[in-house]
Design a protein around this ligand. Structure first.
Ligand SMILES: NC(=O)c1ccc[n+]([C@@H]2O[C@H](COP(=O)([O-])OP(=O)(O)OC[C@H]3O[C@@H](n4cnc5c(N)ncnc54)[C@H](OP(=O)(O)O)[C@@H]3O)[C@@H](O)[C@H]2O)c1
Length: 226
């Protein structure tokens, strides 16, 4: 069971991201109380939102201080382990020097993730060397997106006829980037069962390699047009 801290409701206005150590400490305590048990993993939620301004050394120290709060929480048994979850890891790559090593890094994964974000996630994982890399939001937040009507992701399966389109998109998300696990919502047990059932389906690695090459080519063309 995993949860995240660092995104705080504010009465009367939109929720806000914060890396303030005291707020993070209180949020970890509250998470265990709300869940009725210590979470297995507590993630720092999209720290890039709080790191867009200021000198690099200051941003690095703020991120390190926030990570130390979660590292301490894991050491003292308030959670099983800790991690960083990032929707857009591009601003984080330059800040990893001196950071505590997280147990888990969670990044967006799947067919709707752009080349720059995939590459930034892989670079961040190489710099942080987490024990595990997880993917999230494998359908880009919504399975109802019309892209799934226009494109059949079963091309990514070794045996296309054995899986549904959602299973194939989920399996592709396990390889884009290559992750140890993919976090999905648990609201609907039927959906969850379908996705868990897909884990036995093999992914065609040649298709993954070709797809990554196409993504890079498209990114290169857009860069050249700028
Ligand atoms: N850091 C961030 O900013 C961020 C943002 C988004 C998500 N996340 C993380 O990623 C996790 C998953 O995110 P998520 O809830 O957006 O993704 P998700 O579980 O992939 O669900 C996305 C949508 O796809 C639907 N769906 C899932 N399986 C399906 C299936 N087999 N057939 C048809 N529809 C299906 C879901 O419906 P149901 O809900 O009805 O199953 C939901 O509407 C979250 O728990 C969170 O940890 C993080």
């Amino acid at each position: 069971m995993s949860t995240k801290v660092g995104y705080f409701p504010v009465p009367g206005r939109a929720s806000e991201h914060s890396l303030e150590p005291e707020r993070l400490r209180a949020a970890v305590e509250r998470a265990a109380r709300d869940l009725g048990r210590e979470p297995d993993v507590v993630f720092l939620h999209n720290p890039e939102h709080s790191l867009s301004a200021g000198p690099e050394a200051v941003r690095r120290e703020r991120l390190a201080a926030a990570c130390r709060v979660l590292e301490d929480a894991a050491s003292s048994g308030q959670c099983g382990s800790w991690g960083i979850s990032s929707w857009d890891p591009r601003p984080l790559g330059a800040l990893v020097v001196g950071l505590p090593r997280p147990d888990v890094l969670m990044v967006r994964s799947g067919l709707l993730v752009r080349n720059e974000v995939l590459e930034a996630a892989e670079l961040l994982a190489a710099g942080l060397r987490p024990s595990q890399l997880w993917g999230m939001s494998p359908f880009g937040g919504g399975a109802a997106d019309s892209v799934w009507e226009r494109f059949d992701p079963r091309v990514f399966l070794l045996e296309a006829e054995r899986g549904t389109a959602m299973q194939a998109a989920f399996r592709a998300a396990c390889r884009l980037p290559a992750v140890d696990a993919v976090a999905v919502g648990t609201d609907n047990p039927v959906h969850l069962r379908e996705l868990v059932g897909s884990l036995a389906l093999g992914v065609d690695e040649e298709v993954v390699v070709s797809y990554r090459r196409l993504l890079r080519e498209v990114a290169g063309r857009s860069e050249a047009r700028r």
